[in-house]
Design a protein around this ligand. Structure first.
Ligand code: FAD
Ligand code: MLT
Ligand code: ZN
Length: 507
C-alpha cells in the first residue's frame, strides 16, 4: 500500500507567527505515485528518477546531488526539469500538498551547500527554462527565464552594447535565477551595485504553487512593500524564481586593467584610497589576491604568470580595472596613476603590469578569477566568505594560519594552505583553508573560531555566498535574535509546511 499522508491543513495563526518555527509534520519521500502525477504534465525527458518506472542508475543523478566543491552530498531520487512557469507551479503545488521537500537548482555552482538536498528532496532544475523573454535596447531592461546562464545573457546583450550588471567566475554555468537567489556579488559590484538595486522585477512560484507576477520593467515603483526584495538572497527558501527583470548598463567604450605587485599587505588600504581618488569615475574593480593565492592560480594554469622580476618581493597583488567612455582619457588617467605610484617617495607598489591587448586583459583577470578553480584543484577548500574591516584582512588570514598551526593541523597531510583574496572595494575577504581532505578535526578547529573572529569585528559571516546548509548554525554571529525571529516568521508565513529548500538558511 502506498501511504500518501497529506499535511494537516493549518491556517496561519498568531501561534504560527511566534519566534520559532511551529512544529511541522515530517517531509515525505517521492514515490512512484508522485512520478505518475508529474508525468501527467511533464515530458518524459523532464523526469529523471531512480524510481520505477524511470529507474535510472543512481550515478545519473550524481551531478545534481553533489555540489561544485564535492563537499555537500544529497540523496535525491528525483530531478524534475520543467519548461514553463505553469509546470513549476504544478510541481510545487503537488509537493506542498504531499509535504515533499524541494531544492531549486540553477547551475549548482553555489559554495555553501544550498543547491543540493540535505536528504532526498526533489531537485527542481531550472535548466530548461532558458529563454530571453524581452530586451529593450533603449532602457537596457532585460527580462529572462530564471534558468538562463549568465554568460549567455552577457552574449545576448553584447551586440546591443550592454553588459550584465553582474559578473563572476562561475558565469559559464551559473544561472540568473541562482544569482538572484543568492544575491551574488562578484566582480562588478563596486561599479554597478548589488542585485537588490539592479533587479527590477521577479516572477516567483510561491510554496503553495501560486504564481507571484512581479515581473515589472519599471525603474520606479513605490507602491507599498517591495516583495521581490524578499526573494533576492533567500536561497530558494521562500519560493522558486522563474523569471527575472534586470537593468543592464551600457557597455563601457573602453576597459583596461593592471596588476599591481605590493611588498606588504599594509599598503593595500592606502593604495585603495589613492586609486579611488585618482581614477574616480572610471574605477570599476579593485580586487586582491595574496601571494599564495597568486602562486596557486599560476600553478593550476589560470592566466599567464608574471615574470620572476615582477613578482619578486611581492606579498600580495591588486587587480585594478577601469571602464569608461573614452579610451585615451582612461589610458591617460591610468598611466598618470602608475607613474605617481612608482615615483612616490615611499612607493606602495613594487611594480605594475598593464594589459596591452584584449588577450592580456583576459589573462590578468584569469589570475584573480581563476583562484576559486585553482584552490579546488589543489585540495579540499573550506571557504569562508566574510565581511570584515579592510584593515583586518591580513590579520584574519595570518591569525587563522597560526591558530591551525597551534592545533598541529598545518602541514601536507592536513591543511596545505591558508589564503586570502577577494573584493577589497566591497570589504569582502575570501578566507580559504585548503586541506588534503575534509576532516572533523579541521572543521572543529575552524568553527566557531572563524565566526568568533568575524563577530569580534562586527563583520558578516556571509558577504556574498549566502548561508546555505553551511552556516545555518552561524547565522546568529551576524544577525540579532530579533532579526532571526522575524526571518522565521516570514518563512512560516510563506512556507508553513517547510517544503522550500529545507535545512537551508534557517535551522
Ligand atoms: P545554485 O548553485 O544552483 O543555487 C544556489 C542557491 O540558490 C541554492 O540555495 C538554490 O536552491 C537557490 N536557487 C537557484 N536557482 C534558484 C531559483 N531559480 N529560484 C530559487 N532559488 C534558486 N558567488 C558570488 O557571490 N560572487 C562571486 O564572485 C562568485 N564566484 C564564483 C566563482 C566560481 C568559480 C564558483 C564555482 C562559484 C562562485 N560564486 C560566486 C558562487 C555561485 O556561483 C553563486 O552563488 C551563483 O550565484 C549561484 O548560481 P547557480 O545558478 O549556480 O545557483
Ligand atoms: C570569488 O570572488 O572568486 C568568488 O566569490 C568565489 C570564491 O570565493 O572562491
Ligand atoms: Zn567573491
Amino acid at each position: 500500500m502506498l501511504s500518501l499522508s497529506r499535511c494537516t491543513a493549518r491556517s496561519i495563526s498568531l501561534r504560527a507567527l511566534r519566534a520559532h518555527h511551529t512544529q511541522r509534520p515530517p517531509l515525505n519521500s517521492v514515490t512512484e505515485h508522485d512520478l505518475a502525477h508529474f508525468a501527467k504534465f511533464l515530458d518524459p525527458p523532464a523526469i529523471l528518477s531512480t524510481l520505477p518506472p524511470v529507474s535510472l542508475p543512481a550515478d545519473e543523478l550524481d551531478q545534481f546531488n553533489n555540489d561544485w566543491m564535492g563537499k555537500y552530498h544529497g540523496s535525491s531520487t528525483t530531478v524534475l526539469k520543467p519548461k514553463t512557469t505553469q509546470q513549476v507551479s504544478e510541481i510545487v503545488k503537488w509537493c506542498n500538498e504531499r509535504c515533499i521537500g524541494i531544492v531549486p537548482q540553477g547551475g549548482n555552482t553555489g559554495l555553501v551547500g544550498g543547491s543540493v538536498p540535505v536528504k532526498d528532496e526533489v531537485i527542481l532544475s531550472l535548466a530548461n527554462m532558458n529563454k530571453v523573454r524581452s530586451f529593450d535596447p533603449v532602457s537596457g531592461i532585460l527580462v529572462a527565464d530564471a534558468g538562463c546562464i549568465l554568460q549567455s545573457l552577457t552574449d545576448y546583450v553584447a551586440p546591443h552594447n550592454h553588459i550584465m550588471p553582474i559578473d563572476l567566475g562561475a558565469k559559464g554555468s551559473c544561472q540568473i535565477g541562482g544569482n538572484v537567489a543568492t544575491n551574488a556579488g562578484g566582480l562588478r559590484l563596486l561599479r554597478y551595485g548589488s542585485l537588490h538595486g539592479t533587479v527590477l522585477g521577479l516572477e516567483v512560484v510561491l510554496p503553495d504553487g501560486t504564481i507571484l507576477d512581479q515581473l515589472t520593467t519599471l525603474r520606479k515603483d513605490n507602491t507599498g512593500y517591495d516583495l521581490k526584495q524578499l526573494f533576492i538572497g533567500a536561497e530558494g527558501t521562500l519560493g522558486v524564481i522563474t523569471g527575472v527583470s534586470i537593468l543592464t548598463p551600457p557597455a563601457p567604450q573602453a576597459s583596461n586593467n593592471v596588476i599591481l605587485a605590493l611588498p606588504s599587505f599594509k599598503n593595500v588600504l592606502p593604495l585603495y584610497e589613492i586609486v579611488k581618488r585618482q581614477l574616480s569615475e572610471i574605477l570599476s574593480a579593485f580586487e586582491f589576491i595574496d601571494r599564495t593565492a597568486y602562486d596557486l592560480a599560476v600553478k593550476h594554469g589560470q592566466g599567464r604568470a608574471l615574470s620572476d622580476q615582477e613578482v619578486e618581493g611581492a606579498e600580495c597583488f591588486v587587480l585594478v580595472e577601469t571602464s569608461g567612455g573614452r579610451r585615451e582619457h582612461d589610458e591617460e588617467k591610468l598611466a598618470d596613476l602608475l607613474e605617481s605610484l612608482l615615483e612616490a617617495e615611499k612607493p606602495l607598489i613594487n611594480t605594475g603590469v598593464l594589459a596591452q591587448s584584449p588577450a592580456q586583459f583576459a589573462s590578468l583577470w584569469a589570475l584573480r578569477e581563476g583562484v576559486t578553480e585553482a584552490v579546488s584543484k589543489e585540495g579540499k577548500p573550506y571557504k569562508y566568505d566574510i565581511s570584515v574591516p579592510l584593515s583586518t584582512f591580513q590579520e584574519v588570514v595570518d591569525g587563522t594560519r597560526e591558530h591551525l598551526r597551534s592545533k598541529g593541523l598545518l602541514g601536507d597531510h592536513a591543511v596545505k594552505h591558508v589564503i586570502g583574496y577577494g573584493h577589497v572595494g566591497d570589504g569582502n575577504l575570501h578566507l580559504n583553508i585548503v586541506a588534503e581532505s575534509y576532516t572533523p578535526e579541521i572543521q572543529d578547529a575552524l568553527e566557531p573560531y572563524v565566526y568568533e573572529v568575524v563577530a569580534s569585528h562586527r563583520g558578516s559571516v556571509s558577504a556574498e555566498h549566502g548561508i546555505g546548509a553551511m552556516k545555518t548554525h552561524a547565522l546568529h554571529y551576524s544577525k540579532s535574535d530579533v532579526s532571526i525571529a522575524w526571518m522565521k516568521k516570514i518563512k512560516d508565513l510563506f512556507d508553513p509546511h517547510g517544503i522550500m529548500n529545507p535545512g537551508k538558511v534557517l535551522e
